[in-house]
Design a protein around this ligand. Sequence first.
Ligand code: CTP
Length: 416
Amino acid sequence: MSDKRILLIIGGGIAAYKSLELIRELGRRGIACRCILTSGGSQFVTPLSVSALSGEKVFTELFDLDDEAEMGHIQLSRSADLVVVCPATADLMAKAVHGHANDLASTTLLATDTPVLMVPAMNVRMWQHAATERNVAQLRSDGVTVMEPDEGAMACGEFGPGRLPQVPAIVAEIERQLDGQGQSSGKGKGALEGTHCIVTAGPTREPLDPVRFLSNHSSGRQGYAIAGALAAEGARVTLVSGPVALEAPRGVDLVKVETARQMLKAVEDALPADVFVSVAAVADWRPARAATKKLKIKGAGSATPSMELAENPDILRTVSNKRKNRPGLVIGFAAETNDVEEHATAKLKRKGCDWIVANDVSGDVMGGTENEIALVTQGGIDRWPRMGKTDVARRLAQKIAEALGGSDDDVKLAAE
Ligand code: CTP
């Protein structure tokens, strides 16, 4: 690690003091730190203590002419292997989501072309606020790694998630990120350059009348994260998405649909492709007839209407069984609440796909930020530990790159 360097952005929060310990621990491992201290951060730690520990000049203001002469802010944003924001405040994350550039920290985050790791720390209500949840989901789908905060008693007297993770955990994540860059350099960024991947995501909505529909709780986060991870590896990505509250990851072509039948058509229109990843929670049935006018209550005493259902097309099975234009690698998801691996193995056969990413949705996975999965292939079952949906996406993108390169025996395609 001795040749590695991070750019550490220290945000304004009580946890800023722990950044000093972080700099020291990284220094012990031979990881150099160049630091940006926000004006909020300087209320908690001084530039002098940061520079004493990092052994480098500390950058604070965007329009400091001396700093600009020494190293322009664009150059500063590119001067490290990894940008770490610690503590990442709610404000810094919101600025990053919206692409603000009104101080040195936000400008750096907008200008950087290196991976970004955010380590949040804030009050529990702020962390759990819908705005922060949206921002975290957006950052993750933009390819930023956002660590989960720790849970416990807070400086403000409240209790819950929002505390800065322990310094050893932050160091481990930084090392993992730096290490990952080294390991992937064989194919690394751009391992999927020249390929076309189609990803489906989110729920579908099946209309009953102009104002009512059948749907499900899928947030689309996992599919969006996978689309983002594939694009980050250089693939051209077509993301066919049902209605969700997420923005498309950078560099991805988004096709918005509502129903299962529209989703199938959009996927078929996007073919040919090298890879198809079917993450969408497609409604298995739709109301057999969608009324063109809003259904009305007929009046007191009248019979409750019944709804006839029709089966929707199975998009994954249709694509898996194509004679012409079948993608070389077809991956399905299996959302199960029990006997996960057994059902997933049966689903692999039934759908005719190459891999099944099996996830246990018996807990808080659906709509949440984490996932616990097992990758089921012809070669066997690969169990992954519970991790963030972005990490699942990155790992899956890596596996796809390996499979297309034909380097991993465990994940050989059924077709081989
Ligand atoms: N899928 C699809 N089209 C459908 C239903 C499912 O493409 N009409 C895909 C999903 O995107 C997923 C896989 O099939 O990749 C499995 O979805 P899942 O809901 O787990 O399984 P189902 O086929 O619906 O079977 P069941 O609900 O009985 O488990």
